[in-house]
Design a protein around this ligand. Structure first.
Ligand code: HEC
Ligand code: HEC
Length: 83
């Protein structure tokens, strides 16, 4: 094996190990229940931006309040994944 091949191999291994060690996604995903299933569909057909418009109909201080330490709220689906 050439020296360059060995370096490539070590580089690839380093990347795999790095990805392996990354912490699991910790922000809760959008639930797949009766309330939210429609948004999973909407993200597929119309995209995240369209779906997000509806989140705050329920997720607001009066109906379903956010946890007190909730971060900046615009663009829900950047952090709360739909999967
Ligand atoms: C019709 C009202 C309604 C709409 C619209 C809605 N939600 Fe919810 N959501 C709820 C309720 C009620 C709960 C708490 C009970 C539950 O888990 O279903 C909740 C819970 C959640 C949770 C916490 C789940 C958990 O594991 O604790 C997340 C995250 C969430 N919603 C994200 C979203 C996002 C993102 C949108 C927009 C795409 C959205 N919701 C739209 C009513 C709604
Ligand atoms: C910058 C990232 C970010 C954005 C944007 C964001 N959130 Fe969150 N959200 C979090 C984090 C972090 C938590 C607390 C950790 C967790 O998920 O338990 C949280 C918690 C929540 C919870 C409570 C989950 C529980 O523990 O029951 C709900 C509901 C929620 N977010 C809904 C929304 C909605 C709706 C939007 C858009 C209006 C939104 N979030 C935007 C990061 C974000």
């Amino acid at each position: 094996m050439k020296k360059r091949d060995i370096l490539l191999l070590i580089g690839a291994l380093a990347i795999i190990i790095f990805l392996w060690m990354a912490p699991p996604e910790s922000t809760k995903p959008v639930p797949k229940d009766e309330t939210h299933i429609q948004f999973h569909e909407m993200v597929k057909t119309e995209g995240k931006k369209a779906a997000e418009k509806f989140c705050e109909d329920c997720h607001n201080a009066d109906t379903v309040p956010f946890p007190e330490d909730h971060p900046e709220k615009f663009r829900c689906l950047f952090c709360h994944k739909v999967k």
